[in-house]
Design a protein around this ligand. Structure first.
Ligand code: GLU
Length: 478
């Protein structure tokens, strides 16, 4: 039988890293077993669901390389089927109408709080007679539909990640609500636990892989599966992603949406590679840097950790920089060009742009670093204070003078070899330390004592005649 997995996001916000990681684990397992990875958009909460969020989720998954099979299912189109299933459960006696008002529920909750008890419905309308129901309805009272959960029932399943999980009926908060309030004999908007079971069964889902925050829902859903005579899927609950304090990664940690990571300059292949390592690790001896398809070959749900996965910026940054380092120059150049153009910077030629790309490739961690690091090649800036101080030294002044003299008299074509030759010969001829000549040139070109590889940078500046301009300007200034 073909494995069928799914992601069932609610489009009430931007694609979150937690949801994306759940998607990834589903995708990896589907790929590993040559199964299908499907999508269901759980958009039944009409107040909070938005098309723009659906688009964002689909775009984000595509960007991460998590392609899906088959047309995504929209849960909102299936509401009538959910309602008729609830009707079936009512008829079979698995569910019943409950007329407890919001006020009454509040009173119950307050009493429980006073006694230090967890929230739990008291199932007061479990055994209403037909007459009592008629009376409540004629009084104009609204009702929800509740599913009976026997206190003594034991719900057990074999979780692929966590092993045997056992829940007791008495710990599920009383009889479960299947639908929102409605008047008369109507059935209100069906709720998550009911809809998810009906739809997973309809889609032929064989494996449900989702966050550990759904464990108690799974216990409830198993009861619904059984009451409807549906086959149970295999369940797996992934660990949460934690921040550095060991708490669930949240909006307070600044970036949580996939868009945020994109804006910060993470590559999709680096981010998805990193996400795979959040809760899963390759066998010893296998490298951590791997394409998703290669990861899928080694991936197994049984090897996913049970405990929370700490999010590490350091590791993500390292992975991203490794992907940048090994990226094809052309591809990286195209990406850099977009950043440059946003700043109004245009390279004088493709060769120049490619050379600058090679120069920066080694030192960039996140793509947007390219702005700061390319800036000196497109714009001149103020000399930094320590560079100004450095320029006060007579030997430095002389070095700069000799550099321009050398360039004017020899007019060399600057490349790796000739640049080294020039520095050597200036140092030797005027008896100045080569290191000092180099630092003087750096300050003249960059206005700073720090910067990228000097020889490569000089070659780049020379391609535009910018080296002479800057050195001359520096000399005029001192
Ligand atoms: N819509 C639910 C969520 O986003 C789906 C959970 C599930 O996978 O069943 O949390």
């Amino acid at each position: 039988m073909e494995n069928r997995l799914r992601l069932a996001p609610s489009p009430t916000g931007l694609l979150h890293i937690g949801t994306a990681r759940t998607a990834l684990f589903n995708w990896l397992y589907a790929k590993k077993t040559q199964g299908k990875f499907l999508l269901r958009i759980e958009d039944t909460d009409s107040n909070r669901s938005k098309q723009e969020f659906t688009n964002n989720i689909l775009d984000g998954l595509r960007w991460l390389g998590l392609d899906w099979d088959e047309e995504p299912i929209k849960q909102s189109k299936r509401i009538e089927i959910h309602k008729s299933t609830i009707n079936k459960l009512l008829q079979k006696g698995f569910a019943y109408r409950c007329f407890t008002t919001e006020e009454e529920s509040k009173i119950l909750r307050n009493e429980q709080k006073l006694n230090g008890l967890p929230p739990k419905h008291d199932n007061r309308h479990r055994n209403l007679t037909k007459k009592e129901i008629e009376r409540f309805i004629s009084e104009g009272k609204s009702s929800v539909i509740r599913f009976r959960i026997e206190e003594e029932i034991i719900i057990e399943w074999n979780d692929l990640i966590r092993g045997k999980i056992k829940w007791l009926g008495k710990d599920l908060g009383g009889d479960m609500v299947l639908s929102r309030r409605a008047f008369g004999y109507e059935i209100g908007e069906p709720l998550y636990n009911l809809a998810v079971v009906v739809d997973d069964n309809f889609m032929g889902i064989t494996h449900v892989v989702r966050g550990e925050d759904h464990i108690s829902n799974t216990a409830k859903q198993i009861l619904i599966y059984k009451s409807l005579g549906f086959n149970l899927p295999v369940f797996s609950h992934t660990p949460l992603i934690l921040n550095s304090d060991g708490k669930k990664l949240s909006k307070r940690d600044c970036v949580t949406s996939i868009d945020d990571f994109k804006t910060m300059g993470y590559l999709p292949e680096a981010l998805s590679n990193y996400m795979a390592l959040l809760g899963w690790s390759p066998k010893t001896g296998e490298g951590e840097l791997c394409s998703l398809i290669d990861i899928s070959k080694n991936f197994n749900l049984e090897n996913v950790n049970k405990s929370g996965a700490k999010f590490s910026w350091e590791k993500l940054n390292w992975i991203n920089s490794q992907y940048i380092k090994t990226m094809k120059k052309d591809k990286l150049h195209t990406i850099f060009k977009e950043y440059w153009e946003k700043e109004g910077w245009y390279s004088s030629s493709n060769v120049w742009g490619l050379k600058l790309t090679s120069l920066l490739q080694e030192s960039i961690t996140v793509l947007k670093d390219v702005v700061d690091q390319s800036k000196p090649f497109f714009e001149t800036s103020q000399f930094e204070p320590d560079a100004m101080q450095f320029l006060k030294n007579d030997e430095v002044k002389m070095s700069i003078k000799h550099i321009i003299e050398y360039l004017d008299s020899k007019n060399p074509e600057i490349n790796q070899n000739s640049a080294k030759e020039a520095l050597n010969s200036i140092a030797k001829e005027h008896n100045i330390k080569k290191g000092l000549v180099m630092r003087s040139l750096r300050v003249a070109l960059f206005g700073s004592l720090k910067g990228p590889d000097l020889i490569l940078s000089w070659e780049l500046f020379a391609l535009n005649g910018e080296d002479k301009k800057r050195v001359r300007k520096c000399l005029e200034m001192i």
